[in-house]
Design a protein around this ligand. Structure first.
Ligand SMILES: Cc1cn([C@H]2C[C@H](O)[C@@H](COP(=O)(O)OP(=O)(O)O[C@H]3O[C@H](C)C(=O)[C@H](O)[C@H]3O)O2)c(=O)[nH]c1=O
Length: 149
């Protein structure tokens, strides 16, 4: 587990009408502040990577479909520098993933349906706060392609 990344199992409350999916409350230990909530919708097989937020903490929950969420720690002073972490997140494995700033991250929509990632971020989106690299950037030791074995 990359230092500072927090995984919080989330509750879903089912009844005969449907369900309620928890995400984030102000009394949660991982809540710091509210900036913006947005929903990133992704077609099956698409990779959205790499992103690094310089100041924003992410709070991800996948409310529909499934993603493979990948994190890479390149922070010079981190005890987990060089580590890659993979998480499979979906309503079937429902969790909140809190990612502090300065960690490379990205995700792939896996499975056969689109995915919806909700991000309850600590800051409003600002293009200058985000650094982008190509999914095939070789400075990050990770291959997105499906490996058949
Ligand atoms: C998030 C956002 C984006 N945009 C614009 C910027 C681009 O022209 C377009 C697509 O944005 P982006 O390429 O950043 O979308 P994703 O790759 O889905 O990534 C976004 O959703 C994932 C989950 C992240 O965590 C990213 O931080 C967030 O940027 O929407 C806005 O105008 N306002 C916004 O709040």
């Amino acid at each position: 587990m990359i230092d500072g990344v927090i995984v919080t199992p989330l509750r879903q409350i089912f009844d005969e009408r449907g369900k309620v999916m928890h995400m984030l409350r102000e009394d949660s230990p991982v809540f710091s502040r509210f900036g913006e909530i947005y929903f990133s919708c992704t077609h099956p097989g698409v990779v959205k990577a790499w992103h690094l937020h310089k100041e924003m903490t992410l709070n991800y929950a996948v409310i529909y479909g499934e993603i493979k969420f990948v994190l890479f720690d390149d922070r010079p002073d981190s005890p987990t520098r060089g580590e890659v972490q993979e998480l499979f997140i979906s309503p079937e494995n429902y969790m909140l993933v809190t990612v502090p700033p300065m960690i490379w991250n990205g995700f792939k929509c896996v499975g056969t349906v689109a995915s919806i990632v909700a991000n309850c971020a600590t800051l409003p989106h600002h293009p200058d706060e985000l650094v982008r690299r190509s999914p095939s950037d070789t400075s990050i030791p990770y291959q997105w392609a499906l490996e058949h074995r």
